[in-house]
Design a protein around this ligand. Structure first.
Ligand code: CP
Length: 307
């Protein structure tokens, strides 16, 4: 049965979603895990427009679309007419005219989809825009934790690392807060500004204090591609002060989990023995990405057909 609490054709971020809408996505993903649907997107076509590199998001979206019976259009921005100066809107309109029903977009500019998506009848799904949002990453993170916990009320989740440049940190914060968790952002001041408390996170620059009593930590890499020089003295300094080592991970609750959206920079933000250790849910996150993205594609198709 189609979820009733869903009318959106696009998923651009989690900031504007209600708790109930987020739970609708997580519930649908959980039901897909036990009984996968087939052909919900038969006779539909998804196009991928990624101007930034991706391993996990792109591959799992492509598998998700194909599992739903959706045709997938291979589209490379570099070899497209975007490189001749065609606008993003004209690109979307032309691809829509040849039959694309779902755009899955990763772009380096924050908020680039907000004005474009309402101009299209096709669904637009944000696969990461600048340092703004990465909604499906946060959804798969929440899906993975909810499978272990059942819910989020009273849980303390630390997001550790380069918060300033992270769309994953923002999407996780928006969703986790709505579902009743306490979110602590931790990193050196230049990468974890105190002003981020205005978003609803607790800011803590001391990693040991942040991790004490936590139920989970989500570790972020240094996003050097979005960073000018001067945010950290050196990789070695950063690793010394903020790397999630086994000793630091043990400051959390004994049953606490470790997440990381990937890609990992082993030996910088996370020690290999933690990434590969018993607390780690990192590869479970990646597997759940396919299911969470199937749920998002299905719901956006429902919203598109209502529009
Ligand atoms: N987590 C994530 O977005 O990974 P990719 O950049 O490999 O897609």
């Amino acid at each position: 049965m189609a979820p009733r609490d869903w009318e959106r054709k696009d998923l651009l971020g989690l900031e504007g979603l209600s708790a109930s809408e987020i739970e609708t996505i997580l519930d649908l993903a959980a039901s897909f895990k036990t009984s996968p649907p087939a052909n919900l997107l038969k006779n539909r076509t998804a196009a991928f427009l990624f101007t930034e590199a991706s391993t996990r998001t792109r591959s799992s979206f492509e598998i998700a679309a194909k599992r739903l019976g959706c045709e997938v259009l291979s589209f490379s921005p570099i070899s497209s007419s975007l490189s001749k100066g065609e606008t993003l809107l004209d690109t979307f309109l032309n691809l829509q005219a040849v039959g694309v029903t779902h755009f899955i977009v990763r772009h380096e500019r924050s908020g680039v989809l907000e004005d474009l998506a309402p101009l299209l009848s096709a669904s637009v799904i944000n696969a990461g825009d600048g340092a703004h949002e990465h909604p499906t990453q946060a959804l798969l993170d929440l899906m993975t934790l909810r499978e272990r916990w059942g819910g989020f009320k009273g849980k303390k989740i630390v997001v550790l690392g380069d918060i300033r440049h992270s769309r994953v940190a923002r999407s996780n914060l928006f969703a986790l807060k709505k579902l009743g968790a306490r979110v602590v952002f931790c990193g050196p001041t230049p990468l974890c500004p105190d002003a981020f408390s205005e978003l609803g996170a607790t800011i803590e620059h001391d990693v040991e204090k942040a991790l004490k009593g936590a139920d989970a930590v989500n570790v972020l890499r240094l996003q050097l591609e979005r960073m000018e020089q001067g945010f950290v003295p050196s990789m070695a300094d950063y690793a010394f002060s903020y790397q999630l080592t086994a000793a630091r991970a043990d400051m959390m609750k004994p049953e606490a989990f470790v997440l990381h959206p990937g890609p990992l920079n082993r030996g910088v933000e996370i020690a290999s023995e933690v990434a590969d250790g018993p607390r780690s849910l990192i590869l479970e996150q990646v597997s759940n990405g396919v299911i969470a993205r199937m749920a998002v594609l299905s719901l956006c198709e429902q919203g598109r057909s209502l529009a």
